[in-house]
Write a protein of this length. Structure first.
Length: 750
């Protein structure tokens, strides 16, 4: 049994119904805590009467433990119990709650950071039997929760703050009375020595955290001169600082360094895994964690055997930071960043997996916040931001990604990144960041020309970098994919050759074969060679599965989407629909249904449903898809003269096909023409090898023929002949179809 796993757990439950199950991030209160009986009774009575209650008192007096006790003892009264840490970004804290609500209740709450808070509050306003706790509010910070204070609802809210300003129905958290202090000291002291109990009660004036620390020193420090210790405590103006100083003297150097680093990451939640990364002594990590736990400097809140999660009290964090001073804190922070970045796999797939491990992203975010306080070197900050941006893009979190994109662009325009002064690794990060911005503009805005610009810049920087082949390889893959989307197919083929050569030369790992498969699948599909495309995309999926990704991982999204599209093109509608449904099931718990990903999913569903004869359902889904794309002003600004959004064009084509089957010929032509305009501006003069453009022209011409509409027959048909030739199978099919409607005259003339 691992000796540092203390019996404190976190309860997280996912159920199918808000009414029948509980959603909770409640941490079980510590077993040694002695109830503030009066305050606990006041809390129960006030929350029953007023719904909103505030627990107010200085740090270390037991506010959080009191509320945890209340929540734990009354958990059967609630379907939802959720603690929000006011130290952290409020928007992101509400995103976490939104995610759990969506998973448990299909609440369809936005998980965009700018919308989640409002939508969670709107949703809960119509529910009851829930408890929200806003914890760790500091002096002058209560305005953070002003809107929550003013909120009308039928649930319960508890505020825990050091300040009573603006808060409703306050309960003053006082020090323990003599009886409770004696009980707490007795519970903690192994010796049960009356003199020691009396000392803890008298010296620490009923402050729980001080009594706990003092008891641990008396329990754990062998050979401690109790009389000397007691004398120092009585004389000290800062008893917590003194206790920490005494504890640190008992720690090994490696445990002391680890403590100094923990205070610079997310002290409310950090895993053993990240401690393994940031420590200078991985061989002693178990013993170091045990020492820190023994003196209650850190507490286990999730006793997983392989990767337990810990927290540290804010007041301990503050005292250690002050003890170390800004200069040492800066050095520790720089060391943390270096170790964390070195530990991040350079292999793209493994790097994605790593950044999504438990607490890693949150720890990176807190570390990033601290870089501003301690004025960390911009290139180290750039590398940290690069990894966080990568993580956001993997989970389609465009709101938070945008801030990191803007930071880079602003500094780049100011010439704060100087390639001549960069070392090899810094150039690699700079180039990689350019690539991620390209990925952002592709996914968020469908701006493929701006995407191409950033990928091209990244490639140029990599030409002057030694090594880092996995990153260079990934940029070349993305260039190939972008060229394919833009119809620049020879350029796409040239870049595929480059990554194939890198793979053959052993310059990248075996798992990087994934990108060759995907690049070829996209190219084959664009060329109309769907059977070859399916073979390639299945190969890509197998690579991911063989490298440890589970089938429902969001990293499969674009791969599954392409597979569904190829299956539809091959008329394998049942299988394509199942693939689209899998995508829907993956994203439904974590995304609001106006997210662009659902537009793409609904388009594939509509294609499949049309092929299966479910016309009404297909029309419903494609209308939803078009509405999503048009409402997204990043993709399709309302003031723009035209769109270059290929996803919107694909939806219009499916809508045209549905109207065609329904014999709504005028509407079908209108839909096809909208798609034609998008493809015109997207591909410009490069559409002659793009299979789905040929399909559009052919379908548009057929509908026009059936409608006896010579003008539009020529508009679509002439483009097909000009760009794909008279011998193209679609051209032959178009002429044969139109002949039966007496529309072969133009064909003969041309």
């Amino acid at each position: 049994m691992i000796k540092f796993l203390l019996p404190i757990i976190v309860i997280i439950m996912h159920n199918n119904s808000f009414a029948n199950g509980q959603i909770s991030n409640l941490i079980t209160p510590v077993s040694y805590f002695v109830n503030h009986v009066q305050q606990l009774n006041d809390l129960k009575n006030s929350i029953s009467k007023y719904r909103k209650v505030s627990i107010v008192g200085t740090s270390g007096i037991g506010k959080t433990q009191l509320v945890r006790i209340y929540a734990y003892e009354n958990k059967n009264k609630y379907n939802l119990i959720w603690f929000i840490d006011c130290n952290l970004d409020f928007n992101k804290e509400f995103v976490k709650l939104a995610t759990h609500l969506n998973q448990a209740t299909n609440a369809n709450i936005s998980e965009d950071a700018e919308l989640a808070k409002k939508e969670v509050m709107d949703y809960l306003a119509h529910q009851d039997k829930w408890l929200l706790v806003f914890d760790n509010l500091k002096i002058n910070e209560n305005k953070k929760v002003q809107d929550v204070v003013d909120w009308e609802h039928n649930g319960n809210v508890i505020f825990c703050s050091q300040d009573s300003e603006i808060l409703p129905h306050t309960i003053e958290m006082t020090t323990f009375n003599n009886e409770d202090a004696v009980t707490l000291a007795s519970n903690l002291l192994e010796s049960k020595d009356k003199n020691d109990i009396d000392f803890l009660v008298k010296a620490f004036s009923g402050y729980p955290i001080l009594i706990v620390q003092g008891a641990q020193l008396l329990n754990k420090v062998k050979g401690l001169n109790k009389e000397e210790y007691k004398k120092k405590i009585y004389q000290s103006a800062d008893k917590i600082k003194l206790n920490i100083e005494l504890v640190i003297k008992e720690l090994t150097p490696s445990a002391t360094k680890l403590l100094s680093k923990i205070v610079l990451i997310n002290n409310q939640s950090f895993s053993k895994q990240i401690l393994n990364i940031i420590t200078d002594n991985p061989n002693t990590i178990d013993d170091d964690i045990y020492q820190l736990s023994k003196f209650m400097l850190i507490v286990n809140i999730n006793a997983k055997e392989t990767n337990p999660i810990f927290e540290m009290h804010d007041i301990i964090t503050q005292k250690v930071l002050a003890r170390n001073g800004d200069k040492n804190n800066k050095q520790y922070l720089e060391n943390i960043i270096v170790k964390l970045m070195d530990a991040t796999p350079k292999n793209v797939i493994k790097g994605r997996i790593f950044r999504n491990l438990e607490t890693i992203r949150e720890n990176m975010e807190i570390i990033l916040n601290n870089t501003q306080k301690y004025n960390i070197n911009i290139y180290k900050v750039m590398e940290l931001r690069f990894n966080i941006l990568n993580s956001y893009l993997n989970i389609f979190d465009y709101y938070n990604a945008e801030k990191l994109v803007e930071w880079f662009i602003t500094n780049d325009k100011k010439n704060n990144f100087r390639q001549l002064l960069m070392n090899n690794n810094e150039k690699r990060i700079y180039a990689g960041y350019l690539g991620l911005i390209g990925a952002y503009y592709k996914s968020r805005n469908s701006d493929y020309y701006l995407t191409l610009e950033y990928y091209t810049r990244a490639k140029q920087v990599f030409e002057n970098i030694d090594g880092y082949n996995a990153y260079r390889y990934n940029i070349l893959y993305n260039l190939s994919s972008t060229y394919t989307i833009l119809g620049q197919l020879q350029n796409a083929k040239d870049n595929i050759v480059l990554i194939e050569n890198m793979f053959k030369e052993g310059l990248v790992e075996e798992s990087e074969l994934f990108y060759i498969y995907v690049a070829k699948a996209k190219l084959f599909f664009t060329l109309g060679e769907s059977i070859n495309g399916l073979e390639q995309i299945d190969g890509a999926i197998n690579v991911l599965l063989n490298n440890g990704l589970q089938q429902g991982n969001l990293l499969f999204t674009n791969t599954y989407m392409l597979r569904a599209d190829i299956l539809n093109a091959l008329s394998k509608y049942e299988e394509a629909y199942k693939q689209a449904q899998m995508l829907y099931d993956m994203h439904k718990p974590v995304k609001r249904e106006d997210h662009e990903i659902f537009g793409r999913i609904y388009t594939q569903m509509a294609k499949s449903e049309l092929g299966l004869g479910k016309i009404d359902k297909a029309l419903e889904h494609v209308i939803q898809a078009i509405a999503i794309f048009l409402a997204d002003e990043r993709r399709n600004p309302k003031e723009a003269d035209y769109s270059e959004d290929p996803d919107l064009a694909a939806s219009y084509v499916v809508q045209g096909d549905i109207f065609f089957v329904q014999d709504n010929l005028k509407q079908a032509i209108a839909s096809y023409k909208k798609a034609q305009v998008i493809y015109f501006y997207l591909y410009r003069d490069r559409s002659k090898n793009v299979a789905h453009v040929s399909y559009l022209y052919t379908q548009g011409a057929k509908v026009a023929c059936k409608a006896k509409d010579l003008y539009n027959y020529k508009a679509f048909g002439k483009s097909q002949v000009k760009e794909f030739g008279v011998d193209h199978p679609n051209t032959v099919d178009m002429f044969q179809y139109c002949k039966q409607y007496g529309m072969d005259l133009w064909a003969k003339e041309n």
